[in-house]
Design a protein around this ligand. Structure first.
Ligand SMILES: [Zn+2]
Ligand SMILES: [Zn+2]
Ligand SMILES: [Zn+2]
Length: 139
């Protein structure tokens, strides 16, 4: 994703286009997968943990990023599609963690996930699946 593209995405959510927001979003977007918080931290270097933590929170609040996977205190973040809006994440996809290459990815299932909970309101839905990814199965 280009700088101007990220800026307009941030602007559309009424966020200023700061360097740390730019860096976080371009890292995740360009990697094409979910990126762990510690990897983001390493990549950013110059920013401290608190600043990064706050940045990730804001981007999640505004419907730009979502938590894809959490394990052992490590959280993976992925970019949202345009379906997400502030305070309302709509992901009809699966979060797949490959046990071989350890990659976490957002994967669209062939059949859409429909979950109905009568009398309950669903605000977010996160389906975590582990296994072996398409890439690893080929090799
Ligand atoms: Zn989302
Ligand atoms: Zn794999
Ligand atoms: Zn996802």
């Amino acid at each position: 994703m280009e700088k101007t593209e990220i800026s307009s995405l941030l602007n559309s959510r009424k966020l200023r286009s700061t360097k740390i927001r730019q860096d976080v979003l371009s890292l995740i977007k360009n990697s094409g997968r979910a990126v762990s918080q510690s990897k983001i931290q390493k990549f950013l270097g110059e920013f401290d943990r608190v600043t990064l933590y706050r940045t990730l929170n804001v981007l999640e609040d505004k419907g730009i990023l979502h938590k894809a996977y959490t394990e052992n205190n490590e959280t993976y973040f992925a970019i949202c599609t345009s379906n997400c809006s502030p305070q309302n994440h709509q992901h009809k996809h699966i979060h797949f963690k490959c046990e071989k290459c350890m990659v976490v990815k957002c994967v669209k299932p062939q059949k859409s996930i429909e979950i109905d909970l009568p009398n309950f309101q669903i605000n977010s839905l996160n389906v975590e699946v582990t296994g072996v990814c398409d890439n690893c199965l080929l090799n």
